[in-house]
Ligand binder design. Structure first.
Ligand code: NAD
Ligand code: GLY
Length: 364
């Protein structure tokens, strides 16, 4: 496959800055990998769904290096410390040293777990993100949040650890299931909601093109999402402030993912319903008008995303799970809410009764 580079962005983090390459066929082209690999040893980490699709291409692009691979079981339920240990087993068995590079080939689960393994192995080796889902191309591969789940809480064990580069090959999206495509669109909508109202309007007009996998529309949405994310990450890498807005809908969403059992609801689906809950909460507080909430509902609906939380979870379970959140400070849960489309705020300034009421009214 010939490669066509459409966009290059930069995540500006001083001497840890790195490029994001976006385009067709990049995975098949060694020029995007080689300049970012210092040593000779490369460990490709992927899973048993992605390996049959793209491992050969990735191996070919890395053929000048000494390559090994580890193939993990597929799915959110395997994003655990136990499964991560298999990466360390492979690295140690093959005598990988500190100049080794890890390559994460897959969706957000592979990216998060591989990044965390890279952060830990011999106290830190470089890694490259090769995201192959829409969600990972617009969100998880950028910004250096790495980690695994704990049975009691989503993404609770991890590290901030930036990759050497992100290679987002949009041709890989052709093999993605429809449900996974929608899940990625949820995170794209998030950027419009939190900080980019013009992009929200663009999405209202063009969501059907994204759903039809129009290559130009997808590449544009990936670039604009990554640009938004790169800006936020550059100004607040370790989430002491504004970066928390990237978690719009996630406190509700993570509760759904944990409460329903990892993998039952996709991350993007849970974020979709979670953003709707955050919007309703904002409306209850008088910060968002009904028309804006309806616009969000229509957009999520057009992207075939859920608008309500699962009825199987009750309010008490929600509230309890929501307390296991990295935005809890001194026991107080801060929520990301909206003061209009394109304007997210982080606040503990809400009352518990309103939160209960909103959760109750948003259950399916
Ligand atoms: P995923 O990694 O589970 O991938 C979804 C499914 O698609 C999997 O079955 C996967 O094997 C398959 N797949 C991957 N690429 C494919 C392709 N090209 N064709 C066909 N199938 C393919 O899920 P995801 O939605 O990519 O990522 C969700 C994860 O990302 C969650 O664990 C979430 O917590 C995490 N996340 C992290 C961040 C971050 O900043 N680090 C941000 C958002 C989400
Ligand atoms: N996905 C949220 C973040 O990267 O901060």
């Amino acid at each position: 496959m010939t490669s066509t580079l459409k966009y290059t962005l930069n995540v500006d983090l001083g001497d840890r800055s790195y490029p994001i390459y976006i385009g067709q066929g990049l995975l098949f082209d060694e020029q995007y990998f080689a300049p970012h690999i210092a040593g000779k040893q490369v460990m490709i980490v992927t899973n048993d769904v992605v390996a049959p699709l793209y491992l050969n291409a990735c191996r070919a692009s890395l053929s000048r290096f000494s390559i090994q691979e580890v193939i993990l079981p597929d799915g959110e339920k395997y994003k655990t410390l136990d499964v991560m240990n298999r990466i360390f087993d492979a690295l140690l068995q093959k005598r990988f040293d500190r100049r080794a590079t890890l390559v994460a080939l897959g969706g957000g689960v592979i990216g998060d777990i591989t990044g965390f393994a890279a952060a830990c192995y011999q106290r830190g080796v470089p890694f490259i993100q090769v995201p192959t889902t829409l969600l990972s191309q617009v969100d998880s591969s950028v910004g250096g949040k790495t980690g695994v789940n704990h049975p009691l809480g989503k993404n609770m064990i991890g590290a901030f650890y930036q990759p050497q580069c992100v290679i987002a090959d949009t041709s890989t999206l052709a093999t993605l299931h429809d449900r996974e495509l929608s899940a990625g669109i949820a995170e794209i909508i998030k950027y419009g909601l939190i900080c980019d109202p013009e992009f929200f309007v663009w999405l209202e007009k063009n969501v059907s093109l994204l759903m039809k996998r129009d290559p130009q529309a997808l590449a544009y949405a990936i670039e604009r999402s990554c640009r938004n994310k790169a800006e936020v990450v550059a100004s607040d890498e370790r989430e002491t402030g504004i970066r928390a807005t990237l978690n719009l809908g996630h406190t509700f969403g993570h509760a759904i993912e944990t409460g329903m059992g990892y993998g039952v609801w996709l991350h993007g689906e849970a974020v979709g319903a979670g953003m709707m809950m955050a919007a309703r909460m904002s409306q209850h507080l008088g910060w968002l008008d009904e028309q804006s909430v309806e616009r969000l509902g229509s957009l999520l609906h057009a992207a075939k995303l859920p608008l309500v939380a699962p009825s199987a979870m009750d309010v008490e379970q929600f509230l309890s799970l929501m307390q296991v959140d990295k935005k809890v400070q001194d026991g107080a849960l801060r929520l990301v809410l909206l003061k209009g489309i394109g304007h997210a705020v982080i606040t503990a300034d809400y009352d518990q009764a309103t939160l209960r009421e909103v959760i109750e009214s948003c259950r399916g």
